[in-house]
Design a protein around this ligand. Structure first.
Ligand code: HEC
Ligand SMILES: [Cu+2]
Length: 360
C-alpha cells in the first residue's frame, strides 16, 4: 500500500496551521521569559521579583528553577533543531513524485535512546527537586529562631508571636538573620476559614494555609528592608487585596518593635469618649484592644493600630482620611470586605478617630 496520500496531507491545511500556531506560542513564551529575566537584572523593578531571592529557602528554590529551566531549554533547542532538520531534509520534492519514500520499520537503537534518555532526565530532575525539598522542609531549627503563627482570614493576615506575647496583623516584623549567628523565623501556617497561600517571593516558596491543618515554613533574610507579598490562593472576593508586608528589621530595631508591641496601650482620659464608642458598639465583638473589654478575634487586633503603615491588609495607607473612610464604609476601600459599614454619627466618629490615633 502506498503512503503518498498521508505525506501530502501533512504538507497542507490543519496540521501546518497547528504547527505554526504552536511555534508562535513558543516564541511568545520565550519572549516573555527573556523579558522577565531582563527585568531581573534590575532589583528595583518589582519588590515581588521571583528572580531576586533574598533568603535561603528562596535562593535554594531559585537555584533549582534555573537548573530545570536550563535542562528543559536544552531539550527544547535539541527538539526544535531536529524538527527543523527533518522538515527541510525530508520535504517532498518534484523528483520523488513517482517514488515511495524509504520504508523504515522501527529501530531498536532509536527506540532505546528515546526511552532511556528521558527516563534519566526525569530521574535527575526528581533527585534535584527531592534534595531541595529535604533541605527546606527538614532544616534544623536553631534555639534563637523566632516563632510566628500566621492565620489566614478572609481577607487579612493575623500574626501571633507565642513566645513574645504579641498579636498583630498584615505587617509581620522579623529580625534580619546574620549568617554567622542565624536568627531565622519559623512560621506555623493556619487558616480561620478557607484556603489561603502565604507568598513573599523574595523570602521563601509559596505555602498554603489550610483549615484544620498546620503547615510550616521558614526564612532567614540577612538584609533589612520591606518585602512584599500576596495571598496566592483564591480565597474570595477580596483575595486580590490580601497583601503581605514583611518588615525585616535590624536586630536592635526588632527588639524595640517587640518592646513597643508588648505594652498595653496607655489609657488616655482625653479620648475616653472615643474609647466608650468603641466599647459600646459592635467594634468590640470583632476586634481586640488590650486593656479594654474588647477581645473579639474576627478582625485584626487594633492595640497598636498606629504602628502599621497600611490598613486592610495593604489595601490603603494608614492615614486619618483612609481610616475614617474605612470605618464609615469599608467597601469604599475593599468591596466585599467582611467588616460591616459602621454608620456612626459624625461626633461619634470624631471621638473614635481621636481614640484610635492614640493606639501606638
Ligand atoms: C463584624 C465584625 C466587625 C465589626 C463589628 C467591626 N470590624 Fe473592623 N474589621 C473587621 C474585619 C474582618 C477587618 C479586616 C478587613 C480586611 O482587611 O479585609 C476589620 C478591619 C478594621 C480596621 C483595619 C485594621 C488593619 O490593621 O487593617 C480597623 C481600623 C477597624 N476594623 C476598626 C473598626 C472599628 C472602629 C469598628 C467599630 C466602629 C469596627 N472595626 C467594627 C471586622 C469588624
Ligand atoms: Cu487569601
Amino acid at each position: 500500500m502506498s503512503r503518498r496520500p498521508e505525506i501530502k496531507c501533512s504538507k497542507s491545511g490543519p496540521l501546518a496551521f497547528a504547527l505554526s500556531a504552536r511555534l508562535s506560542a513558543l516564541a511568545l513564551l520565550f519572549w516573555c521569559a527573556s523579558a522577565t529575566l531582563a527585568g531581573a537584572a534590575d532589583p528595583q523593578l518589582s519588590s515581588t521579583n521571583i528572580f531576586a531571592p533574598a533568603s535561603t529557602p528562596a535562593k535554594t528554590i531559585f537555584g533549582l528553577s534555573v537548573f530545570v529551566l536550563v535542562v528543559t531549554g536544552l531539550i527544547f533547542v535539541v527538539v526544535v533543531t531536529l524538527l527543523a532538520y527533518a522538515v527541510v531534509k525530508f520535504r517532498a520534492r518534484e523528483a520523488d513524485a513517482a517514488r515511495e519514500p524509504a520504508q523504515v520499520y522501527g529501530s531498536t537503537q532509536i527506540e532505546l535512546a528515546w526511552t532511556v534518555i528521558p527516563v534519566l532526565i526525569v530521574a535527575v530532575l526528581f533527585l534535584a527537586t527531592a534534595r531541595v525539598i529535604h533541605a527546606i522542609q527538614d532544616a534544623p531549627k536553631p534555639a534563637a529562631a523566632v516563632d510566628v503563627t500566621v492565620i489566614g482570614h478572609q481577607f487579612w493576615w493575623e500574626f501571633r508571636y507565642p513566645k513574645l506575647g504579641i498579636v498583630t496583623a498584615n505587617e509581620m516584623h522579623i529580625p534580619a538573620s546574620d549568617p554567622a549567628h542565624p536568627t531565622p523565623t519559623f512560621l506555623k501556617l493556619l487558616s480561620a476559614d478557607t484556603d489561603h497561600s502565604f507568598w513573599v517571593p523574595e523570602l521563601a516558596g509559596k505555602t498554603d494555609l489550610i483549615p484544620n491543618r498546620v503547615n510550616e515554613m521558614w526564612m532567614d533574610p540577612p538584609r533589612p528592608g520591606i518585602y512584599l507579598g500576596q495571598c496566592a490562593q483564591y480565597c474570595g472576593t477580596q483575595h486580590a487585596k490580601m497583601l503581605l508586608r514583611v518588615s525585616v528589621d535590624r536586630p536592635a530595631d526588632f527588639d524595640a518593635w517587640v518592646h513597643a508591641q508588648q505594652q498595653t496601650p496607655v489609657r488616655d482620659e482625653n479620648v475616653a469618649a472615643g474609647r466608650r464608642v468603641f466599647e459600646t458598639t459592635a467594634c468590640m465583638n470583632c476586634h481586640t484592644i488590650s486593656g479594654t473589654a474588647a477581645n473579639g478575634r474576627f478582625g485584626p487586633d487594633l492595640g497598636h493600630l498606629m504602628s502599621r503603615a497600611t490598613i486592610a491588609s495593604g489595601a490603603a495607607a494608614n492615614n486619618t482620611r483612609n481610616l475614617r473612610l474605612w470605618i464609615q464604609n469599608p467597601d469604599a476601600i475593599k468591596p466585599g470586605s467582611l467588616m460591616p459599614a459602621m454608620k456612626l454619627s459624625d461626633p461619634d466618629l470624631d471621638a473614635l478617630m481621636a481614640y484610635l490615633e492614640t493606639l501606638r
